[in-house]
Write a protein that binds this ligand. Structure first.
Ligand SMILES: [Zn+2]
Ligand SMILES: [Zn+2]
Length: 80
């Protein structure tokens, strides 16, 4: 059995960040890749509890983006 892999995906629309986005902006004005720091702004050290999706613009709890069981929604997307 392979180890369960943690993936990062939007809980609302299943959009998966590539890791190269620098599009999350803090209230201090800094923009960075929020999943590189677990939702903490590297500039002012503010810990964000929610993370906005760049695809559907919904805000979800940061922890809800991390999944270890990717199978369920894979089946939904491709029924075969
Ligand atoms: Zn900040
Ligand atoms: Zn989304």
């Amino acid at each position: 059995m392979p180890k369960p892999e943690t993936i990062i995906a939007c809980p609302q629309c299943n959009w998966m960040p590539t890791g190269f986005e620098q599009d999350w902006q803090c209230t201090c004005g800094y923009t960075w890749h929020t999943f590189a720091t677990g939702g903490q702004c590297p500039s002012c050290r503010h810990q964000w509890q929610t993370t906005q999706c760049l695809a559907c613009s919904c805000s979800s709890p940061h922890s809800a983006w991390y999944r270890t069981t990717p199978v369920q929604w894979y089946h939904q997307i491709s029924p075969n």
